[in-house]
Write a protein that binds this ligand. Structure first.
Ligand code: G6P
Ligand code: 1S3
Length: 683
């Protein structure tokens, strides 16, 4: 490898992940939202590689013929040997090209490849672990592809960027087979970290002391752990998504990451500042509709004085901090009751669990409210007609139409029937679906323990929606983004959160959120902004405080929020939304650029230095990387490092690419300076 003959400047980029055109979790969000800037940088030199999931590919990918050349030659040759693949355009912003391998067509190699993995890398792969089998077959197909590709493509350098252990098997293979590519491995969490945190371990205080092999063995994940560790050690450049996960990786995977590649978002700006506020009002109205139905017979609280809080994500009870959220809600309920608060908080928990269907109660709630609304509409029209007729017949000396006589007896009966249908002997339910494991479900059990049962006297109500949101859901017909816009506060009290997209998404939609200093996002914001809470970023201290104190701090943040006036909430939302640019891939993508440079430099030092001396810094395109995608502006209140990547050896490239050159972030101009009392102080 690295004979200096390959063209480093016009290198090709392959990004490899199991979530390419296949929504599973956070990695899908990363590669999808990053696609516009990466295709902008690379054009046709960028391809994503993933396993083929026919179901999602059918809706997300438009099949194309691969362009003639090394790519088509390689795919054809693999196809000739029975490997199924799909090449096409991923139908998302940026329209990147994807290569999806059908792992099923290569399962007959599984035993051979497992044996090879053991004999060449010492990685065991016991039978019966479907996820690992998939990772092995996919990894071998990727290595096969890359190995053949660089035989066909003789002139240009190749960067292969792998995400997460599931896509990582190819890395030790590239190393072992000396395939002429340079590799980057980004881990978005560590296997052991996730497992240890989910148990009752004091994780962060004991990171240095874990006997990693033994801990992995006890949890039955030793073989997976070996894949992850091999990928981390064999990659030319090893990175993770936040400093906190870098520290964790150093101890659990025994390699200090070269840098941090934080997660960005594809920020969509609305031309008018007020537009996102209008969207909030529209979406909130839809949530109100749901609440009217869900609480039928108990609509005894004022929706104008109701705040919507929510937590959302994969169902990881302790890792995502649902335990802390529910406990804090119970304390908030107590405090709001004793302080005589006029506000009501409805707290949503949106986390998919095993369910069989929507409950009859949830469906009935929406049905009775719809029937009532329809009936009122019919009566309204009848009254209108009669009022008009009687007004028409009015002449001097007669009485004006009497509103008491406008409603017919039939209509009164109809209305009575609808109103009686609202009678309910039970409290409004907590959960919207029939749970597969109702009696053992951790969330439901904790709600039972703290007795938040949606009683009329409760100022905090809870709704557990154990399914991702969807606009075609008959009960809560909203997509996730629209739902978030309609809420007032996201609460993400995570214990284990390498980055955390949920609060970042809130921020770009102008919705304040609570996060913790154990999440990558929380640490990043805390580092960057001195007065983050004024900007709607509240950070609970889960490092320095005991659990009880953290719960109280979370409760106080929520309580303070309930005491804000509507004007204050609107102002705060404006300030939150102004932080969006901090999270845009146009800034965050810089770290990916740095990682690729370092990978090229490590694999092709001569070619890299030569290219360096000829053209100075490069980003893989013709243009200098400084401010490539955003308009220049004069920075204000900024200091030092503006993205969190300069962690380890990505700094080797520091003289090549200066963060300050690339990013020229400034707080956008204020719309209404009078309402803007909190200057943003960047640390
Ligand atoms: C947005 C809308 C306003 C609305 C307000 C409600 O700012 O533009 O018309 O009154 O939201 O805010 P709230 O915090 O009470 O949901
Ligand atoms: C991981 O997904 P998760 O929810 O299991 O990767 C995400 C993308 O990098 C990250 O945001 C999240 O914190 C991790 O935990």
């Amino acid at each position: 490898m690295g004979d200096g003959k390959r063209d480093v400047k016009n290198h090709l980029l392959f990004e490899i992940a199991t979530e390419v055109a296949n929504r599973v979790g956070g990695i899908y969000s990363v590669i999808k939202s990053k696609a516009p800037i990466t295709t902008h940088e690379y054009g046709a030199r960028y391809n994503l590689i993933g396993p083929l999931n026919r179901h999602s590919a059918a809706v997300e990918v438009e099949a194309l013929d691969p362009p003639p050349g090394p790519l088509a030659d390689t795919l054809r040759s693999m196809g000739d040997r029975g490997v199924g693949w799909l090449y096409g355009r991923w139908l998302i912003d940026g329209a990147p090209r994807v290569i999806l391998f059908d792992t099923k067509t290569a399962y007959h190699y599984l035993d051979e490849w497992k044996t090879d993995l053991w004999s060449t890398a010492g990685i065991p792969s016991p039978p019966g672990d479907h996820e690992t089998n998939e990772a092995v077959v996919f990894g071998y197909l990727v290595a096969w592809f890359l190995g053949e590709f660089v035989v066909h493509e003789k002139s240009r350098a190749v960067v292969a960027h792998f995400h997460e252990w599931l896509a990582g098997v190819g890395i030790p293979l590239c190393k072992h087979r000396r395939i002429d590519v340079t590799t980057i491995f980004t881990t978005h969490a560590t296997l052991l970290g996730r497992y240890l945190c989910a148990g009752s371990v004091d994780f962060y205080n004991n990171l240095q002391y874990f006997d990693v092999d033994a801990e992995a063995g006890k949890r039955g994940i030793y073989h997976r752990y070996c894949v992850e560790r091999a990928a981390a050690h064999c990659a030319d450049v090893f990175t993770t998504v936040s400093h906190i996960t870098a520290y964790e990786s150093e101890h659990l995977l025994k390699r200090k990451p070269d840098g941090v590649l934080p997660n960005g978002l594809n920020v969509v700006k609305f031309s008018a500042m007020h537009e996102f506020q209008n969207l909030h009002a529209q979406s909130k109205e839809k949530i109100h509709d749901f609440i009217r139905g869900h609480f039928y017979g108990h609509n005894d609280f004022d929706l104008d004085n109701t705040l919507y809080f929510f937590i959302a994500g994969r169902y990881e009870y302790r890792n995502k901090g649902v335990d802390m959220f529910i406990e804090s809600l119970a304390r908030l309920n107590h405090k709001m009751k004793t302080s005589g608060s006029k506000m009501t908080v409805v707290a949503f928990i949106i986390m998919p669990a095993q369910t069989s269907s929507l409950t009859v109660e949830a469906l009935k709630g929406q049905a009775v409210i719809k029937a009532l609304r329809d009936t009122v509409h019919v009566i309204e029209q009848g009254i209108g007609r009669r009022l008009f007729d009687r007004a028409l017949k009015w002449h001097e000396g007669t009485e004006l139409p009497d509103e008491a006589q406008l409603m017919g007896s039939q209509e009164k009966i109809m209305l009575k029937r609808r109103v009686f249908a609202l009678k309910r002997n039970s409290l409004p339910p907590i959960v919207t679906h029939n749970m597969a494991d109702d009696s053992t479900d951790p969330i439901l059990n904790q709600i039972r323990r703290v007795q938040l049962f949606n009683h009329p006297s409760d100022r905090v109500k809870i709704i557990f929606h154990p399914e991702f949101l969807n606009a075609s859901n008959p009960v809560l017909p909203l997509d996730y983004d629209d739902f978030v816009r309609g809420t007032h506060l996201g609460v993400f009290s995570s214990y284990y959160e390498p980055w955390g997209y949920t609060p970042a998404e809130c921020t770009v939609m102008g919705v304040p959120s609570i996060t913790t200093n154990l999440s990558g996002f929380g640490c990043y914001m805390e580092e960057l902004i001195e007065n983050a809470a004024d900007y709607g970023i509240y950070i609970v201290d889960r490092r320095g405080k005991g659990v009880d104190d953290s719960v109280n701090q979370l409760m106080e943040f929520m309580y303070d929020f309930t005491t804000k006036t509507q004007r204050q909430r609107i102002n705060q939302r404006n300030r939150t939304e102004r932080l969006s640019d901090l999270l845009d891939w146009k800034r965050m993508g810089l770290e990916y650029v740095k990682a690729r440079q370092l990978a090229l430099r490590r694999a092709y030092p001569q070619a890299f230095d030569q290219m360096q001396s000829e053209i100075g810094f490069f980003d893989g395109t013709e243009t200098k990387v400084s401010r490539p995608l955003s308009a220049p502006g004069s920075p204000r209140d900024r200091s030092g490092m503006m993205t969190p990547g300069d962690f380890g050896s990505l700094q080797e490239g520091k003289e090549l690419l200066n963060t300050e050159d690339y990013i020229n972030w400034k707080l956008p101009e204020e719309e209404d300076p009078d309402e803007y009392h909190f200057p943003l102080t960047l640390r």
